[in-house]
Design a protein around this ligand. Sequence first.
Ligand code: AMP
Ligand code: MG
Length: 421
Amino acid sequence: MDCYAQLDLLPVDQAISLMRNAMSPVTATEKVCLANALDRILSEPIYSALNVPCHNNSAMDGYALRHHDINAEMTLKVIGQSLAGHPFKGTVSQGECVRIMTGAVIPEGADSVIMQENVSVNNNSIHINQTATLGENIRRAGEDIAIGSLVFEQGKRISPVDIGLLASLGIAEIGVFKRVKVAVLSTGDELKPLSEKLQAGDIYDSNRPTLIALLSRLAVDVIDIGCIADNPEKIAAAFTAAIAQADVVISSGGVSVGDADYTKDVLQTLGKINFWKVAMKPGKPFAFGVLNKTHSKSENTDAPKGWFFGLPGNPVSAVVTYHQLVVPALRYLAGEKFEVSPTFSVSTLTNLKKQRGRADYQRGHLSMHNGENQVVTTGNQSSGILSSVAQANCYILLEQERESVAAGEKVNVALFDRFLL
Ligand code: AMP
Ligand code: MG
């Protein structure tokens, strides 16, 4: 009976493939300056117009010299100095060397740098106490990035370090895909904004602030549609207003089959449901579909439309379905090329309760003791216990067919990434 009931549930990887197959990434692009480039997605590959570093330069404070001289003449004449930003203009000839500081350009004629710790200085000459190999302590021009080489591929999300790398290439502006516009709303008669006092049966709307904060990590434009009552007309009006301004609508609540669950019916009227049940826990009811931007129910496939993600109302389910299903879909839509996050196998220190039929995304805390990774559950795994996520730093991934796990057994974990933490 239980097995039969699970048959219409879509495995998570299939749900992700279906969403990717249905959607096409944005194509519109714009230019942004480096100061505004963080988290944006490159719309074109970046090639280097420079060598980084530009010149052969010293990796140490010491003396630039000709390697050939080291064995022949152990005392060399110091003919000048090369400092970062102030290169030595002359040429190092036989029996000569140049005092050089880290980052300074290697002078003409020199091919190695000897550390200052390995020489004794006597007026204007040095005596070499320990020999150096050819090319020692020289950072070669282009050893980080060679002129003409591919630096970043199209579809790369720009990280803080990428900004530094682009700056080192003298690139002040990059081409990126336009931001995806995402409208967010909550549904539920019981939901109250933080400004109101709770009456009997009320709760605060926590999903919308969570989702808006999570979306800020993706660098999309967020439109806050607010809290909508459990009323099909009001929900339809909110969806219509939301999709008129946005590429994507994310709602939470009302997606199941309860008496006040209207999300799917409204989606069916204003567009199409692609699927709405996923074999994951938390989060079984999760609707993905299309919202038409115009009211006509025409079959014209070119008619403007947007994407709809209906998350379950329970706060943990909303967060986990957002992170596991909506984030990959939005990254794909935004033009990003990315890999699936790695998982690794560790021992659990605690027992983990699990039933067959759905893939569990339990919340855990991963730490290291005596050189060994170990994970513990963050406690009550009910889909209403948001602190089970707040205290966690990883998922404990229990496969669809797995049953309860005893302490000491191996489990797969995936660290929370920057789209969740
Ligand atoms: P639903 O999916 O609408 O059946 O809601 C499931 C549970 O999640 C109920 O206990 C709701 O009160 C709760 N819930 C729904 N929406 C929110 C929200 N925006 N913030 C906090 N809890 C919510
Ligand atoms: Mg509800």
